[in-house]
Design a protein around this ligand. Sequence first.
Ligand code: COD
Length: 300
Amino acid sequence: MGFASLKRDLENGPKRSLTVAWGLDSGVLKACREALDQGLLAEVIVTGPIDKIHAAADAASLNLQGFSIHPASTPEEGATEAVRFIREGKSDLLMKGHLSTSIILRAVLNKERGIRAQALLSHIAALELPTGRLALLTDAAMNVKPDFLQKSQILDNAIQFAWSIGLTNPKVAVLASVETVNPQMQDTMDAACLALMGKRGQFSKKAIVDGPLAFDNAYSKDAAVQKGIASDVAGEADIFMVQELTAGNLLYKALSYVGGLSIAGVIYGATCPIVLTSRADSPESKLNAIALACKALSDK
Ligand code: COD
């Protein structure tokens, strides 16, 4: 399954309502227009200054039929109001507009007015590999230096998410810089413990977890064979888990810019998936991220 077949699968499913927080970004509005036109969405609510949202739409020659604009005068207010639409059940999906990631995440995490569902929220990106299948990468954008408990929660979120988009019984590679356990490298110890948790069935859904694996032997069966590594996951990983944000973010951007892969990301663990795109993402990538979030809702 690649992004094209993921979008095709959604054609006959329910059309969702999506709310964009501080949506004065032509690229985001364009992706929403496309998602409405392709029948993924039934409506788009946008928070922010009405005149600037119209100006962003005009700059991209977009018509705003199917959009409703809810006024907000600061990014913080735009984020809080957008989260309120989700909390009150008036909209199904949340999307980041032209505001910093931490502002929308703080509104989502707010203890009284937020929309947390799981103990930990985490970022999950879907990558279309050169073979055409989707794999997930986590966490490249939310949890900076997770401790072991948080790593296990990040992995649990990714396993649940994989099942929700149809990657059942996912194979997980917990990445480190080497594939052997080295007591001087905490990441290798944590990866081995996560793999053992997988073997003991300690995650909320079934998965085959192996680690530590270096990226070469996680990605390529040949590389694993040449190093003499016997692994059910090598070359077939559905989930690549990194162990800190910097590593994940570098990998995400290298795969996108150097590797040319299509990548789309969401935050998982709130009451709905949150579409998180960056300004530099292509319109296609933004549309893929909306489709990914719709797909994650499709088992609900
Ligand atoms: N899941 C659930 N609760 C969380 C999480 C999480 N991932 N992170 C923090 N919390 C809770 C804490 O337990 C606490 O109760 C409250 O939220 C505030 O926690 P702080 O003080 O650590 O959080 P903040 O507000 O300083 O920062 C939280 C952010 C998510 C905003 C922060 O971790 C962050 O900025 N992450 C990186 C986001 C980013 O810039 N990504 C872009 C990289 S491309």
